[in-house]
Ligand binder design. Structure first.
Ligand SMILES: Nc1ncnc2c1ncn2[C@@H]1O[C@H](COP(=O)(O)OP(=O)(O)O)[C@@H](O)[C@H]1O
Ligand SMILES: [Mg+2]
Length: 389
């Protein structure tokens, strides 16, 4: 006769394909009971009610249990996790992912901000470039990784046709330094049909892996990643390779855009990537006479941020200078810092810096105190410090 313990054991073989861990380890099996007649009743708590993996998890669960001796039937009762259970699952999985993560060339103290959206054309690349510039203007070391492997636009927006080269000794790729920002993009690599073909043969997630494992990024305070549209390979690869990554979701004020943006955020949560906040782009247009037009409707950003329980970081107006900046290779934040859209980008960057303060800064008071302690112990207090005592 099968015991409930044996059922838990069997369910350790049901791996959530997105999260890469068993539903038992993820805490998704909420109850197991077996009746006298051999009917197993199993409670499964899904991360979200409309979990895309629901059918798969139910099917696998039933299949594994049916294979156990003495089981005559299986009843699966699904429920959705509470936000607290979900948070627990996420922090546990993040911790394990961090422990097992492959060593990337991204310093562990680097804050990673992935700029995502449900669909293309909402301004991810524009937001990424302007955020990177605005963060660098705060004096931070900033990297900009173009993870839109085929749809790259960062080189054009940053105004560079530099070519990435590898260091002869270390074999690591050196990022191009453009306007004070370390930039890596497939657009800075592909130069001939041949190399293009070589890259096309690679899986997209492999390309990202190369950019994180084989680029000499040095110590960065922030790495901004321009993500390809939608959910998929790259997003999963990113959460696997860089468990510290967090997501900023870009949306337009349109309700339709906001709906697809919710899917990206759901996917982020399922791969344990916290969402830092929402940026509403193409918010409104103010004409030369001062009239404001809501060309793409209104309220999408606020509604999305409410739905995700995260802050609305900024509303960036529609402005021809943004296009000119992108096409001319000088992000508007750098080219025209007092332009309203530039101000909105600066506001978004400041909000992100506040929510994700540089890790170095957080730890430095502690380190200073420790240093003082050590110096005091050796009686070797430097005069400038001793004077303050
Ligand atoms: N706030 C804005 N005002 C005016 N044009 C914008 C704004 N944001 C983006 N654009 C323009 O919209 C187009 C798409 O932006 P892009 O950043 O390439 O989107 P994505 O990376 O999401 O596909 C570009 O031509 C860009 O210059
Ligand atoms: Mg883009």
């Amino acid at each position: 006769m099968t015991t409930s313990e044996a059922v838990y054991d069997a369910l350790k073989g049901v791996i959530d394909p997105e999260l890469g861990e068993s539903i038992v380890d993820l805490g998704m099996v909420s109850s197991v009971a077996i009746s006298e007649s051999g009917v197993a009743e199993v409670g499964i708590a899904l991360t979200i009610a409309q979990c895309p993996m629901r059918g798969f998890i139910e099917g696998e669960t039933a299949r594994k249990i049916r294979a156990l001796p003495g089981i005559t039937d299986v009843n699966i009762i699904t429920s959705a996790m509470t936000s607290r259970q979900r948070a627990e699952l996420m922090s546990g999985a993040r911790l394990r992912a961090r422990e097992n993560a492959q060593p990337t060339k991204i310093h562990p103290t680097t804050r990673v901000v992935a700029v995502s959206s449900g669909k293309g054309g909402v301004g991810k690349s524009t937001v990424s470039a302007n955020l990177a510039v605005a963060m660098a203007d705060h004096g931070f070391q900033v990297g900009l990784l173009d993870a839109d492997i085929w749809g790259f636009s960062i080189p054009r927006m940053m105004g560079s046709d530099a070519r990435l080269e590898a260091d002869d000794e270390t074999k690591l790729i050196t990022p191009a330094v453009i306007q004070g920002i370390k930039v890596v993009s497939t657009g800075l690599i592909i130069e001939s049909e041949e190399t293009a073909l070589m890259w096309r043969g690679l899986m997209l997630s492999k390309a990202l892996e190369q950019f994180l494992l084989q680029v000499d990024w040095g110590t960065l305070d922030y790495l901004v990643i321009d993500m390809p549209p939608g959910t998929g390979d790259i997003q999963m690869a990113l959460s696997r390779l860089l468990p510290q990554a967090e997501m900023v979701v870009v949306t337009t004020p349109q309700k339709a855009a906001q709906k697809v943006a919710v899917r990206v955020a759901d996917m982020a949560r399922r791969s344990h990537m916290p969402v830092v906040g929402v940026i509403e782009n193409m918010s409104s247009f103010t004409c030369d006479h001062g009239h404001e037009y809501q060309l793409f409707g209104s309220g999408g950003g606020a509604e999305l941020s409410h739905q995700l329980s995260v802050p609305l970081l900024s509303q960036v107006p529609l402005d021809p200078e943004v296009v000119a900046g992108g096409d001319g290779g000088q992000p508007v934040t750098r080219a025209m810092p007092s332009n309203p859209a530039a101000i909105a980008f600066q506001q978004a960057a400041a909000a992100i810096i506040k929510l994700l303060p540089p890790v170095e800064e957080e730890g430095c008071t502690g380190r200073l105190a420790k240093l003082l302690e050590q110096l005091a112990a050796t009686g070797d207090v430097p005069p400038v410090l001793a004077a303050n005592n």
